[in-house]
Write a protein that binds this ligand. Structure first.
Ligand code: KIV
Ligand code: NA
Length: 265
């Protein structure tokens, strides 16, 4: 694929090719992620946590999401760029949801939007889709509802919640979403959902029986050593590497090792 589209992702699912997805929030990181060949870049509202240091995803604004997304879009040549609609930008009514989605598409150049929730936001999703904007769903643990759940623990372990999740996933397919994220639910349930719909299911903490995987880039690079859920595989320990490098720089300045004769004019 020269350029990933929502169609390519659906093709990948029918060919049994797994989809790779990572977050990015800025130009430099997005360039690296795109060059490395990741299929989908998510400008997640997790920027609220990893970029801004908030405890939850709730405070990030639509303007801030557009700033992150436009920085990412300028770097990307191949990946599909999906942008989260932040808390408060789509829950009031379908018109607000459409207005926010249009702002994202026009002002950032992103390729699709993602919203958290099932049948509660069905009319909003339909309205956005009718405007020609591709929508990715997000079910299971939905961090914008943290104050309703009270914890970030595994979702849909009980029959009732599992059944609602399956219905919601089928509804998302039926109205025309091109993919759905399932966050932190039992692997068996996630596989069941993936097997029951034809659009790709991208998992985070949802096991290997789905059609693709997503992680927060700062977590998988080990830049953040405070967050260690079971589903997280760390590919580097950048926290340690960077602290060492930066500590060395600070020491070199103090000792006047830096700059040397070759590092000046
Ligand atoms: O904001 C985010 O990073 C996300 C992923 C965890 C799916 O929504
Ligand atoms: Na998100």
């Amino acid at each position: 694929y020269k350029r990933i589209t929502t169609k390519s992702l659906i093709e990948m699912k029918s060919n049994g090719e797994k989809i790779s997805m990572l977050t990015a929030y800025d130009y430099t990181m997005a360039k690296i992620v795109d060059t490395a060949g990741v299929d989908v870049i998510l400008v997640g509202d997790s920027a609220s946590n990893v970029m801004a240091g908030h405890e939850t995803t709730l405070p990030i604004t639509l303007d801030q999401m557009i700033y992150h997304a436009s920085s990412v879009v300028r770097a990307v040549e191949r990946a599909l760029v999906v942008v989260d609609l932040p808390f408060g930008s789509y829950q009031s009514d379908p018109k607000e949801a459409l207005r926010s989605s249009i702002r994202i598409m026009k002002e950032s150049g992103g390729h699709a939007v993602k919203l958290e929730g099932g049948k509660e936001i069905k009319e909003s999703i339909k309205k956005i889709l009718h405007a020609g904007i591709p929508v990715m769903g997000h079910l299971g643990l939905t961090p914008q509802s943290i104050y309703k759940f009270g914890t970030y623990s595994v979702r849909a372990k009980e029959e009732e919640e599992a059944e609602k999740l399956i219905e919601d996933a089928q509804m998302l397919e039926k109205v025309g979403c091109f993919a759905v994220v399932l966050e932190k639910i039992p692997a068996e349930l996630a596989k069941k959902v993936a097997d029951s719909i034809s659009i790709p299911v991208i998992g985070i903490g949802a096991g290997g029986g789905v059609d693709g995987q997503v992680l927060v880039i700062h977590d998988m690079l080990g830049m953040n050593n405070e967050f260690s859920p079971r589903f997280l595989r760390r590919y580097l320990n950048l926290y340690e590497e960077m602290t060492k490098a930066i500590g060395q720089y600070a020491a070199d300045v103090k000792s006047q090792d830096f700059p040397n004769e070759k590092e000046q004019y």
